[in-house]
Design a protein. Structure first.
Lengths: 440, 376
């Protein structure tokens, strides 16, 4: 990174935060320092910095901040000029810098769960809030799925803060007509709830929902979805043209700035860079030998290190994690009702929602498609101990994937948010044993 | 044989009542949660039986550990274990719902690893509004159609109304018995009450009502219990083991009321008998005293708990939380703040589904009893 760029953002970071945003400031500075040694992918990284800056800026400008979960796009919030704040920033964003650990310890000390019970994707927020280190948003919004940890954590946060809260029910059934779990009323159900949510937002923020702006937002969302679908297709190329973390960032952008011009720009950039690599026949990993499927989240406390290690040690590329597996296709949105349908479809098929909100068959189908489409050599499930819904699908899924495709799987328990549970060395040891004794 | 002894016959997994029902050529369905509308099953002339797993040995769940994982609650691990051992052979199928992540995945693991002839899952909304009410009615209508199709029965409105009357009768009788527990000298222990409720979930409901009426009469005439040290409320999730309550009651803590799955949250609310039966069933089940899975209902749950504490003159609350239960850990985290504010003593106990570590539990309960006595 050029020194001028670094200094520019260092300066922008100064004074942009109130006391309640110190953790976000920490993440911002951590990210800026990580970028210092980087000379590629600077544009997307710049977008990440801008996202952090926008949160503090919103509070200064008096714009409402709405906290929302990692599995819901912010299109409505951007339409209404609200500042989205993804709750999991306090776990995903702090974990690589080990800054979440004091808040996990504090949660333990005050009796708010433990790791095998409540997911550490959620607990740092409560620990940080109780120590006065987390911002209090103006509004809270969450979904009933994919897990109880997420849903109950919002209820706890609501009870502690008294912040107005809205919950949307996400049903179990499928919206695809060819699914054995298809329910013909499911789309209407989500659309109705989305419209009710808009009414609630109007009331809470004392503003009128701007239909024209909504349609523009959905058009931009469609465009970004299109770039991501093209990127996903490009990843099928052997050798894989993008490094292991790239898909993850697509999810990150869609979850924080989906529906904005910045999201269009950054997803196009990623698509273009990946297409160039394909055109030149270059793989992201030199002499690619293994293609890994990662149908769960990253081990977040590792940052990019675990994937870098896999790339360097085994010439192994990890195609996409479950969040990066963003499969919401562009929709036909020629009129307003189709915009609502597109919004609903995105809600039902969002990363991890589409595969985890219903019967295990959704997850099995996702893994089978993943293995076949991306010509994977193996699957690694780094399961969060407290993620009851996903952990209890891994064994069945791995058996079926093995039966139908012959691909082996490694399942191990860990805490992606806390290196003290299963440390890096232990995780690498399990993966090494699997790759060397089973895969190679 | 006393009425209580007769009811106790219904407590084992496969019991004489179920055998008699099956001998008549009729079907039995196992279900997992208080959000499953038993009335619809009963109206199909199928016996709904709450799935329990008390015969499971503590710590001996290799199948459950492997598929549900060791960090799933021991109730779900035990159920998968028993299903795999064919100990639910008296069931013609199972009905579940998305009560919690672990029950949801138990249903999946059973379907794949220890299947029954019939499986059904009802999607219960995670919050309550006019829209989710409509959706839930749609869900239970699909369930009704599934029963009709698979068991070749017709579930008419008349049959549903009759089932509602029968189940409401149980609820009224259970409430009458609970009202007797408000007395200074309650005529029944918590251990006995849990036995009665468990029995009701494992036998034909009209026969249960008959015995329950007799039990109520007996209790009205019975001299109450006076030699207790404190009046206790139990709060938590799925507890079907009377021995657990007996540990508390042997130490002098008389359980007078509860907020549990096999307790008030199961039967407290009636179904409106004057409405369209499917509408009324849907409304009752979605609006009943909620479990922590139901977002936005925490204030109602607190009010309910506080109301019972007052009405039943409770001295102290014991939270029982099954290990690895997400929802109840977070719920208790909130509830205990409320109790602190109100100055009501409480004890939080973590447990496995099958009673283990009774010694440690006794020590903690004894200490709690001493605190409660000192407060008097």
């Amino acid at each position: 990174m050029e020194e001028e760029f670094y200094q520019k953002y260092k300066k922008l970071g100064r004074g942009s935060w109130g006391k309640e945003f110190l953790l976000i400031k920490g993440m911002y500075n951590g990210m800026l320092n990580l970028m210092k040694s980087q000379d590629q992918f600077i544009e997307p990284m710049e977008t990440i910095l801008k996202i952090f800056l926008s949160i503090g800026k919103a509070r200064k400008e008096g714009r409402s901040i709405i906290m929302h979960p990692f599995n819901y796009g912010p299109e409505l919030f951007h339409t209404m000029n609200l500042q989205p704040l993804m709750q999991e920033l306090f776990s995903v964003g702090l974990a690589p810098f080990h800054m979440n650990e004091p808040y996990l310890d504090f949660s333990n000390n005050v009796g708010y769960g433990d790791n095998p019970t409540l997911c550490n994707a959620s607990r740092p927020l409560i620990g940080a809030f109780l120590q006065g280190a987390a911002p209090v948003p103006d509004l809270l919004f969450f979904l009933s799925t994919p897990c109880n940890s997420l849903s109950i954590n919002y209820q706890v946060f609501e009870s502690l803060t008294g912040v107005p809260t809205y919950n949307m029910d996400i049903p179990y059934w499928a919206c695809e007509q060819d699914s054995e779990f298809y329910d013909e009323t499911i789309m209407d159900y989500i659309i109705t709830q989305s419209k009710e949510f808009i009414e609630w937002l109007e009331k809470e923020t004392n503003q009128k929902f701007n239909i024209e702006k909504f349609q523009q937002t959905m058009l931009r969302l469609n465009e970004a979805r299109g770039y991501i679908m093209e990127f996903n297709e490009l990843l099928k190329t052997i050798p894989c043209p993008a490094p292991s973390m790239t898909g993850f960032w697509n999810w990150f952008f869609m979850t924080n700035i989906g529906g904005t011009a910045d999201a269009v720009e950054v997803t196009k950039y990623t698509r273009d860079k990946t297409a160039e690599m394909v055109k030149e026949g270059i793989g992201a990993v030199e002499d690619e030998k293994i293609r890994i499927g990662w149908p769960y989240t990253h081990v977040f406390f590792e940052g990019p290190n675990l994937f870098n290690w896999l790339e360097e040690t085994y010439n192994a590329v990890t195609i996409m994690d479950i969040l990066g597996y963003y499969q919401v296709r562009p929709q036909n949105i020629t009129n307003l009702e189709e915009c609502y349908e597109s919004l609903a479809k995105g809600t039902l098929e969002y990363s991890m929602i589409g595969s985890c909100r219903g019967p295990v068959e959704y997850y099995i189908d996702y893994c089978l498609d993943y293995v076949r489409d991306y010509k994977l050599d193996c699957i690694i499930f780094p399961m969060q101990y407290a993620c009851k819904h996903a952990y209890a699908m891994a064994r069945i899924t791995s058996e079926i994937v093995r039966e139908e495709t012959g691909i082996p799987a490694l399942i191990f328990g860990c805490d992606p948010y806390d290196s003290r549970e299963v440390p890096s060395e232990a995780i690498r040891g399990k993966i090494s044993e699997f790759i060397e004794q089973v895969v190679l | 044989m006393t009425v209580m002894e007769k009811l106790s016959q219904a407590i084992p997994l496969a019991n004489p009542w179920i055998n008699n029902w099956r001998n008549e050529g009729k079907n039995v369905l196992g279900y997992f949660c208080t959000y499953i509308p038993e009335e619809i099953i009963y109206a199909a002339d199928i016996l709904p039986v709450r799935v329990r797993a008390r015969t499971c040995s503590a710590g001996d769940t290799p199948m459950g550990d492997a598929y549900m994982t060791p960090t799933a609650c021991s109730f779900t691990r035990c159920c998968l274990e028993l299903a795999n051992q064919n100990q639910y052979d008296f069931l013609d199928g199972i009905v579940s719902c998305n009560s919690c992540d672990q029950i949801r995945r138990l249903y999946d693991n059973i379907r794949f690893k220890a299947p029954f002839p019939y499986h059904y899952i009802i999607g219960v909304p995670g919050c309550v509004s006019d829209t989710t009410h409509e959706w839930f009615k749609h869900e239970i209508s699909k369930f009704k159609e599934s029963l009709e199709k698979n068991f070749k029965v017709s579930i008419s409105d008349e049959k549903l109304k009759k089932a509602i009357r029968v189940y409401n009768k149980s609820r009224e009788l259970l409430k009458e018995i609970y009202n007797l527990r408000k007395h200074d000298n309650p005529p029944i222990t918590g251990t006995e009450m849990l036995n009665i409720i468990s029995a009701g979930m494992s036998m034909p409901r009209d026969q249960f009502n008959y015995l329950l009426s007799q039990q109520l009469q007996e209790l009205k005439e019975k001299e109450g219990i006076s030699d207790y040290r404190a009046r206790i409320m139990i709060v938590g999730s799925m507890l079907d083991d009377p021995e657990y309550l007996k540990v508390i009651e042997d130490l002098g803590g008389l359980v007078v009321v509860d907020s549990q799955c096999l307790g008030t949250r199961y039967f407290w609310d009636l179904i409106d008998e004057n409405k369209n039966p499917m509408d009324a069933i849907g409304e009752r089940y979605l609006s009943k005293i909620a479990c922590p899975r139901m977002a936005g209902k925490y204030p109602e749950r607190v009010d309910f708990m506080m109301k019972l504490i007052k009405e039943f003159n409770v001295d102290g609350v014991i939270f029982q939380r099954i290990k690895f239960c997400i929802l109840w850990w977070a719920e208790i985290f909130m509830l205990r703040n409320k109790l602190k504010d109100e100055g009501i003593p409480f004890l939080e106990l973590e447990r496995e589904y099958v009673l283990s570590g009774a010694g440690a539990m006794k020590t903690r309960v004894e200490a709690f009893m001493e605190i409660l006595e000192a407060n008097k």
